[in-house]
Design a protein around this ligand. Structure first.
Ligand SMILES: [Zn+2]
Length: 260
């Protein structure tokens, strides 16, 4: 099977709408989390592309804002989370379901990843993960609707995917996240190396994404809540013993919320 071709369509300040090309027919495409229809419609026109499917990870406006207009313009099939309000009728998906895109020759497994929102889902297939605002490179989403326990379980589920999995996140937050990661875990040379690479990419106005699961396991403090160095750093910040990985995760999530 060929490699899935994925390209970013930048939107708003720092969102990425991911454009997936069909394996057999590259003119047939899908988009993930189109918060804005305009840049997607311009990309479709410029490339003479046919939008067949839309994948949505969660209900926030910067991820669904363009869905209704794109459906009107293209008739695309929409897939979204079973337990969240969506702007149009969608194929409602939860853990263990599959999103089948037959005209693109693509099929994705759905993973429940509550935490950022209560019904957030992720799509995994073709050695690629579309995880919305659950995991960012070197970071994770804020806990708007879920608990630390839920979010840590969601991140653990993503970390269990093959290390080669390419990770397509909803936002370009990598440099800011790496500054925080270096604060939490100053002695981690993988973070310093990645930060140099990421700074070069951003200086050239290129995305730092996709990341990989293997890289995230080495640099992402939120995937490293069980690591001794992360735990001791979180305990120093908290000024108390943190008994469980959830306690460590909750401490670094709160630390990051106030980090500038
Ligand atoms: Zn969001």
């Amino acid at each position: 099977m060929g490699t899935l071709d994925v390209r970013p369509i930048p939107a708003f300040q720092d969102n990425y709408i991911w454009l997936l090309s069909g394996l057999d027919d590259p003119r047939a495409v899908a988009v993930v989390d189109p918060g804005d229809a305009g840049p997607v419609l311009r990309t479709l026109t410029a490339g003479n592309l046919r939008l067949d499917a839309i994948l949505v990870t969660h209900h926030h406006a910067d991820h669904v804002g363009g869905v209704a207009e794109l459906v009107s313009a293209s008739g695309a099939t929409v897939f979204g989370p079973a337990r969240e309000n969506m702007p149009v009728e969608v194929h409602r998906l939860g853990a263990g379901d599959r999103a089948c895109l037959p005209t693109l020759g693509l099929e994705f497994e759905v993973i429940d990843v509550p935490g950022h929102t209560a019904g957030h889902i992720a799509y995994f297939g073709h050695d690629a993960l579309f995880c919305g605002d659950t995991m960012f490179s070197a970071g994770c989403g804020r806990l708007f609707e879920g608990t630390a326990t839920q979010m840590l379980a969601s991140l653990d589920a993503l970390a269990a995917l093959p290390e080669s999995t390419r990770v397509f996140c909803g936002h370009e937050y990598t440099l800011a996240n790496l500054r925080f990661a270096m604060t939490v875990e100053g002695g981690n040379s993988d973070i310093a190396t990645y930060a140099r690479n990421a700074e070069g990419l951003r200086a050239a106005n290129r995305p730092t994404l996709p990341s990989t699961i293997g890289l995230e396991k080495r640099v992402n403090p939120f995937l490293r809540s069980r690591h001794e160095n992360v735990r001791s750093s979180a305990e120093r910040h908290a000024g108390r013993v943190l008994a469980t990985p959830v306690d460590v995760f909750a401490e670094i999530r709160g630390w990051k919320d106030n980090f500038r």
